[in-house]
Design a protein around this ligand. Structure first.
Ligand SMILES: *[C@@H]1O[C@H](CO)[C@@H](O)[C@H](O)[C@H]1NC(C)=O
Ligand SMILES: *[C@@H]1O[C@H](CO)[C@@H](O)[C@H](O)[C@H]1NC(C)=O
Ligand SMILES: *[C@@H]1O[C@H](CO)[C@@H](O)[C@H](O)[C@H]1NC(C)=O
Ligand SMILES: *[C@@H]1O[C@H](CO)[C@@H](O)[C@H](O)[C@H]1NC(C)=O
Ligand SMILES: *[C@@H]1O[C@H](CO)[C@@H](O)[C@H](O)[C@H]1NC(C)=O
Ligand SMILES: *[C@@H]1O[C@H](CO)[C@@H](O)[C@H](O)[C@H]1NC(C)=O
Ligand SMILES: *[C@@H]1O[C@H](CO)[C@@H](O)[C@H](O)[C@H]1NC(C)=O
Ligand SMILES: *[C@@H]1O[C@H](CO)[C@@H](O)[C@H](O)[C@H]1NC(C)=O
Ligand SMILES: *[C@@H]1O[C@H](CO)[C@@H](O)[C@H](O)[C@H]1NC(C)=O
Length: 656
């Protein structure tokens, strides 16, 4: 009887109907490539196994996509006494950057409690985590990343590194790789965990056997991080700058060295022709045609030239220099399709810089916001676009990511991440879309502060936003603040329209020195951020023309209340008293300090962030933020309105 049962079991096993719960410790079926991957590999995102057995995780022709490839069966990581066992894995990979670009983001070997990495996001998260689960101890994810993009905030050493990430994209330890990851050559990696010594070792090599020297060594007891049974696999992602990530072969072993890979036997990625290939064949065609004799050739050639010229005129304009710069260039047709032909119903807003449409990218279902900026002439366009490229390289969780751009005739199109909750002003003033809770408001303020600190101090060169205001703070699905339109005001200076080389800014947010110097600085951003903090707490605009003269200027009103020890009276009554008094007082005080007329007296964003995070305590007294001018204020602000037209928000059409 028992024998019969066993043979049925074996029969079902063969039929693939019953799978063993736990895979055999030695996993070497992929050590010669993935052609037999079959059901043993579970793919997600854009990952696919090519015909020749190469596992492709991402494709540089897309943006903001990820690929996951996980072994379909769980692996037992703990022995019967509940101790994590030693393990070893080896794999070969190739990273090919988008031609002319440096290539972005990276790939990782990951150990996860479930098959795949649910919720993992593309771009900087390498498909491993997302903004809400990042850093949560209940992730139980261990990843070794090979990253070609440097995110300083994630404690990464450079744009060509390996790092250990435990439950968090902020690396526990990171080390630069001594050779170029994006050279397109085959790279082999070895990851070994020695359980008795708690040592996790990573080695890499190009075209050679396993090196004796360890590139990165990290001491960690994995017993709290790994469960008894876990899934293993790969995750890769790209953002705005892109690469194709390939895994050529893979082996894994428990309690022993992973089988080494024979690089010569591994498949190689298929690379089809690039843009230069098509150019060549076109020239070939022209040469061929010109060899034809007689009038026929002349006529044909004329017709062909006419046709080509027309095609070029109608096509996206791409000049050589455009290939050398930053972010992803979208085909015009793709954006047209995404926004349903720039239909009015898809309009999210129209402001100082152009109209913004909602769109869905045809290939990835990613929702985007497409900003269409009209250009009057070609003059200055190159500077304009290289500035766009600069903006495209800025990355921070509190900035709206620029995904790419497109130029067509006189139009420049900028493609951004879509922010489902629209702009902050719609949640604060008049009849708000929703009443933000104190926790949400405080998180928004801290988010904007952190984004602004990044622009001012943490990026390779200081970027002045120039137009901080509630309308330029967008909210993602979790009400995290994301600054938009950074750098655009500067862009406009390069633009062709001479009437736009004026001080950009918005009434009530403009530091007084701007009227004298017309030169925006990080200090004038801090001033505007001060106004923003007050607005978020009070739920009022910085200037309320309809309010009594006492309340006309928000900063003046808050200061008067502060001076008489009743500052909490200004807190937005719509919160019905449900707020943290210490936090609200801190933000109001900081708002006043940042709103100081004297630029020298304003703190830097680094200090502001430290105050908000309570790493520093604010002094009790607050200097009067502005020079009292009595009734002259109103007149002066009228002047402002006339000389400096205000810009408007990215999303300023209601109800979308
Ligand atoms: C799937 O894995 C099992 C062992 O877990 C192995 O016997 C089988 O050959 C694999 N199938 C393929 C298609 O590689
Ligand atoms: C489990 O692993 C630990 C550490 O490697 C070892 O000390 C212990 O003897 C192992 N237990 C069994 C039952 O193999
Ligand atoms: C983040 O990932 C978790 C799974 O770990 C998921 O439940 C959550 O919805 C994700 N959040 C976002 C914003 O994608
Ligand atoms: C971590 O994740 C768990 C489970 O998803 C969740 O219950 C918990 O609230 C999260 N913790 C934080 C700090 O987000
Ligand atoms: C590093 O690893 C530990 C787990 O051992 C984790 O708790 C910690 O938050 C990780 N991150 C950093 C940045 O150290
Ligand atoms: C950053 O990385 C370094 C070395 O890679 C490590 O020593 C340090 O603890 C890390 N810091 C944080 C905050 O994770
Ligand atoms: C790495 O190789 C790629 C492709 O050959 C090249 O574009 C890039 O400049 C190289 N990077 C470095 C740092 O040498
Ligand atoms: C790892 O930590 C667990 C408890 O958290 C402990 O029982 C075990 O002895 C540790 N292993 C080593 C090798 O230090
Ligand atoms: C990207 O697109 C180009 C042109 O369509 C094509 O030749 C190339 O093979 C694609 N690259 C990849 C990695 O798919």
């Amino acid at each position: 009887m028992a024998e019969r049962l066993i043979s049925i079991w074996v029969f079902l096993l063969l039929l693939n109907l019953v799978k063993p719960d736990v895979a055999t410790p030695l996993l070497d079926e992929f050590s010669g490539g993935f052609s037999a991957a079959g059901n043993n590999l579970t793919l997600e995102g854009v990952a696919e196994v090519e015909n020749n057995g190469v596992l492709q995780l991402t494709d540089y022709n897309s943006t903001m996509v990820l690929g996951h490839a996980f072994y379909s069966y769980p692996i037992q990581f703990k022995n019967s006494s509940g101790e994590v066992m030693s393990f070893s894995t080896s794999f070969a990979f190739v990273i090919i950057p988008q031609p002319w670009r440096q290539g972005g983001d990276g790939l990782a070997f990951a150990i996860s409690p479930v098959k795949g990495l649910p919720g993992g996001r593309p771009g900087e998260f390498i498909g491993l985590f997302n903004a809400s689960n990042n850093g949560n101890f209940s992730n139980h994810v261990l990843a070794i990343e090979f990253d070609t993009y440097m995110n300083q905030e994630y404690n990464e050493t450079d744009d060509n590194h390996v790092a250990v990430d435990i439950n968090n994209i902020i690396s526990n330890k990171s080390a630069p790789i001594p050779f170029n990851l994006t050279s397109g050559r085959v790279i082999q990696a070895w990851i070994d965990y020695n359980s008795p010594t708690n040592q996790l070792d990573v080695r890499v090599a190009m075209d050679s056997a396993k090196p004796t020297s360890v590139l990165l060594s990290y001491k960690v007891n994995l017993s709290q991080i790994l469960y008894e049974s876990m899934y293993i696999g790969f995750s890769a992602s790209i953002g705005l700058v892109t690469s194709s990530h390939y895994i050529l072969g893979w082996s894994f072993n428990m309690n022993g060295d992973a089988k080494s890979l024979n690089l010569d036997k591994l498949p190689t990625p298929q690379l089809s022709g690039t843009a230069s290939g098509t150019k060549k064949s076109q020239t070939g065609l022209i040469v061929g045609v010109s060899l034809l004799s007689g009038a026929l050739a002349v006529i044909l050639l004329a017709a062909l030239t006419f046709y080509i010229v027309r095609r070029i005129k109608k096509a996206d304009v791409v000049e050589d220099w455009e290939n050398d710069i930053g972010p992803h260039r979208f085909p015009y047709e793709e954006l047209k399709k995404a926004t349903r032909g720039f239909k009015e119903t898809e309009l999210l807003g129209s402001g100082g810089f152009g109209r913004v449409y909602k769109g869905t990218l045809p290939n990835s279902d990613t929702q985007v916001a497409v900003k269409r900026i009209p250009q009057d002439s070609k003059r200055g366009l190159q500077a304009f676009i290289s500035e766009v490229a600069t903006i495209g390289r800025l990355r921070h969780r509190n900035l709206v990511q620029l995904l790419g751009w497109c130029r067509r005739e006189a139009d420049l199109l900028l493609v951004y991440e879509f922010m489902p909750n629209g702009s902050l002003d719609k949640h604060l003033f008049d009849e708000p879309k929703s009443i933000l809770s104190w926790e949400q408001r405080f998180k928004i303020i801290k988010g904007v502060a952190s984004g602004l600190l990044y622009l001012h101090e943490e990026w390779e060169k200081a970027v002045v936003h120039r137009d901080i205001k509630a309308g330029n703070v967008l909210l993602d699905s979790e009400f995290n603040a994301r600054l938009s339109d950074f750098g655009l005001a500067k862009l406009y200076e390069h633009g062709s329209n001479p009437s736009t080389t004026r001080v950009m800014g918005t009434l009530g947010y403009m530091a007084p020195e701007l009227t004298r110097t017309s030169k925006p600085t990080t200090g004038s951003d801090v001033y505007a951020f001060g106004a923003l903090m007050l607005e978020v707490v009070c739920g009022r605009r910085p200037i309320n023309p309809t309010a009594s003269s006492e309340e006309l200027m928000l900063v003046g009103w808050v200061w008067e209340k502060w001076a008489v020890g009743a500052v909490l009276d200004v807190v937005d009554p719509r919160m019905e008293g449900k707020f943290d008094e210490d936090e609200a007082a801190l933000v109001l005080k900081l708002g006043l300090i940042c709103s100081n007329d004297d630029a020298e007296a304003r703190p830097t964003m680094r200090l502001v962030v430290r105050y908000l995070e309570r790493e520093l305590a604010l002094l009790e007294e607050v200097a009067m933020p502005y020079k009292k001018k009595g009734r002259a204020d109103a007149v002066e602000f009228e002047d402002y309105t006339q000389s400096f037209p205000t810009t408007s928000s990215m999303y300023d059409v209601d109800g979308r």
